[in-house]
Design a protein around this ligand. Sequence first.
Ligand SMILES: Cc1cc2nc3c(=O)[nH]c(=O)nc-3n(C[C@H](O)[C@H](O)[C@H](O)COP(=O)(O)OP(=O)(O)OC[C@H]3O[C@@H](n4cnc5c(N)ncnc54)[C@H](O)[C@@H]3O)c2cc1C
Length: 444
Amino acid sequence: MNGVDYKMKNYDVIVIGFGKAGKTLAAKLANQGKKVALIEENTKMYGGTCINIGCIPTKTLIHAAEKGLSFDEAMQDKTAVVERLRAKNFAMLDAHVDIFVAHASFVDNKVIAIQVGDEIEHLHAEIIIINTGAVSNVLPIDGLTSAKFVYDSTGIQHLDKLPQRLGIIGGGNIGLEFASLYASMGVDVSVFEAGSTILGRYEEVARTLAKEYMEQSGITFYLNASITRVDNEDDTVVVHANNNAYSFDALLYATGRKPNTQGLGLENTSIELTERGAIKVDEHCQTTVKNVFAVGDVNGGLQFTYISLDDFRVVFNYLNGNGQYTLSQRKNVPNTVFIQPPLSMVGLSEEQAKAQQLPYATKELLVANMPRAHVNGDLRGVFKVVVNKDTKEILGATLLGSQSHELINLITMAMDNHIPYTYLATQLFTHPTMSENFNDVFSF
Ligand SMILES: Cc1cc2nc3c(=O)[nH]c(=O)nc-3n(C[C@H](O)[C@H](O)[C@H](O)COP(=O)(O)OP(=O)(O)OC[C@H]3O[C@@H](n4cnc5c(N)ncnc54)[C@H](O)[C@@H]3O)c2cc1C
């Protein structure tokens, strides 16, 4: 820039991207009296990925399918929920924050350019928060981007009719959740996974059962799949893998998501990237430029909404003169794959405890032995826990079964607070509940 730009607007804080961390920081800092601008490039993304194209629409569809709704009814439910939350998110910020609908890019370390109509405006702030999320990875498979009926996780949420045969490239969380969802709606689903296993991070007993349940629901797995080409034949999309051809009405590629830094103008700044293309941050989520922070998926951390929210805590804490809560103080991070039944995990698996040479013990309990499972009419699953025999601490838990996405948070709380497993073994739980089974599974 040459001297002072006459269209320059000054803010205390600029947030780029309407994600979980960004919107929460914008709201909290504005409440503290700061002048805050938030820039979001897509009017259909107020509230970010989670609300519009991630957690909320996918889980609404899964819930609708579990209730037995038709595809059209499930899609209507999903649209209604997303539109309601998107509007709520916009209204919550709009009262306190200047929201710009534009693509933001850095002009220098402290100045952001946005295009508003035909004009470029420049915004300046001492504190800038980058919360631009992640985008789908596209593998270099011949025809993947040019063939018809091929979708990423966003596109597949806008199908106007239920496919009869769905192919999915990628057996990770997102691929498996869509596989489980569509299979529950009666679709013939095939998952192509390059690795020799799915759910490899989870306890073997749980991942073996989970795979069996998915197969029983109509999902076919092609492991060690090597896809050479994707093309169309008549009204189908064809996947060429391991010298065979497989035809589908729709194909989803779910092969990971990468930090979204494209078009951000980082080359005009001193902000550095990691080897994997994420924005490099320190313990306070601060980039290599002082007072420029990167939060959520774009900084290369675990891609969960609750991690983005926790990044907010780290930055908010730092900006309020108390940098005591940092990334290294983050405690146990639980996770759930929302297949049917859901698979959840926190802490170490037995294999990891063994590798660390800890004095561990394990216990397993089949869901079929749990009274509440009989009430629910769903006997599928297993709970497995790993404990330290000496310290009595819980080292980890893997829960496959109905409500595991809720139960895992209870175990995380015990682990974070060093509550010994012996406490859960004798704690009073209401009955009949799934959580009461912690009495048994933690009895050694
Ligand atoms: C299908 C799917 C299912 C998922 N399910 C779960 C789940 O069940 N549980 C869970 O915890 N997580 C889930 N996730 C992950 C979760 O959605 C993300 O980790 C979370 O939303 C993190 O978001 P964020 O804060 O990084 O930013 P995001 O919410 O991704 O927001 C980034 C925003 O920045 C905007 N933007 C980008 N570049 C620019 C620019 N240059 N200028 C202006 N605006 C810009 C984008 O339009 C977007 O709105 C899922 C993700 C997907 C895709």
